[in-house]
Design a binder for this molecule. Sequence first.
Ligand SMILES: Cc1cc2nc3c(=O)[nH]c(=O)nc-3n(C[C@H](O)[C@H](O)[C@H](O)COP(=O)(O)OP(=O)(O)OC[C@H]3O[C@@H](n4cnc5c(N)ncnc54)[C@H](O)[C@@H]3O)c2cc1C
Length: 387
Amino acid sequence: MHAVLAGAGVGGLTAAAALSARGVRVTLVEREPALLEAGAGVQLSPNAVRVLRGLGLGDGLSAVAFAPEAAEVRDAATGRVLLSTALGEAAVARWGAPYLTVHRADLQQLLAETLAARGVIPRLGVAAAGLEQGAEGMRLILSDGGAIEGDIAVGCDGLRSAVRAALWGEGAPRYSGQIAWRALVPAERLLEGLIPPKVCVWLGPGRHFVHYPVRGGRLVNFVGAVERGRPGDESWTDRGDPAEALADFRGWPAPVLALLEAADEVWRWPLFERASLPAWRQGRVSLLGDAAHPMAPFLAQGAAMAIEDAEALARHLSAARRPDAGLAAYESERRPRTTRVQQLSARNAQLFHMPAPAARLAYRAARALDAAAGEASRLDWLYGWGR
Ligand SMILES: Cc1cc2nc3c(=O)[nH]c(=O)nc-3n(C[C@H](O)[C@H](O)[C@H](O)COP(=O)(O)OP(=O)(O)OC[C@H]3O[C@@H](n4cnc5c(N)ncnc54)[C@H](O)[C@@H]3O)c2cc1C
């Protein structure tokens, strides 16, 4: 079988690795002239790490990642811990794989090296521009006037997927009403001990702030989400003004202010959303990752879902007798789970920005659940996937 993938982000790279590991021939095209090094970190929960380890990335990940001890949600006004989830060894014991945080560029590099070792080199600087399908195959039409023929195609081309548009004719995504300030700060610029070895989420009305170490603790990643009117442009990676970011969190706790003050440059990422699709596939063409199910980043699961999709796609395609049946089985497995995660991510967008008393109540309920059913059992369905 020959699979043609559009988009070499986390989803496309992982899908290419998973498919080639099962003997599927892969062609991967990427619009950008180089694999993008987005200046940001990403949390990889155990469900994602398990897939990446299965693809042989375990040692590489251990070398570049950070394993946070816990994830803590705090009230920014009082500093009080609203919810704490043990990670580190507890994550391995509970979910069978570690919870890791990485620099996105490190993850992309590891995936690209894994692919290169299998002889798969992404074709860079060429975009998917259209599709043609027949009973026996499909053609992905490229921006340079060429085309690639294959048995199936999968759009891994992100939020503004050209493949999704070709299949389902949707327009632009909606602005969600929030922007995210993002940066990576060298740990050496920060007072020792100020940033705990944890994923920390600070909540306040209309905004929240997340930070965690990456790259073995040498860098600290942060994301500060703020409710805002429509931004003037729709760029993903717009350089922002550090003073404006700092002003958005005036009066917040010391770790938040220290990170904002230590950042040389910050990125301002407007956050977008789309409604869930009632179906992904048409014939021999389907979708994966953000192209299929873009989600608010507030459950830290967008990349993890793309990574899970990749494993499921390879598993179903290699087991199916016909390519379209493989794509149908992949969608039947993935759409319910990713829709649930999309919905929970959207709910967190509201929960995180509630007035303090309402947020305290909501987290009291989560703590009660932990006490009754065992700590963090509420996350078993999510992080224990594929165990
Ligand atoms: C602030 C923020 C924080 C986040 N934090 C986390 C986190 O901690 N954990 C987590 O799991 N997720 C997180 N996410 C979500 C995660 O970043 C995305 O869900 C993930 O990157 C999706 O991967 P993807 O490969 O589907 O899409 P993308 O990463 O968007 O990759 C799409 C690729 O396709 C290429 N492309 C686009 N159009 C075309 C075309 N026509 N032809 C060819 N190539 C094309 C693009 O250049 C790009 O390389 C976060 C998101 C945000 C915004």
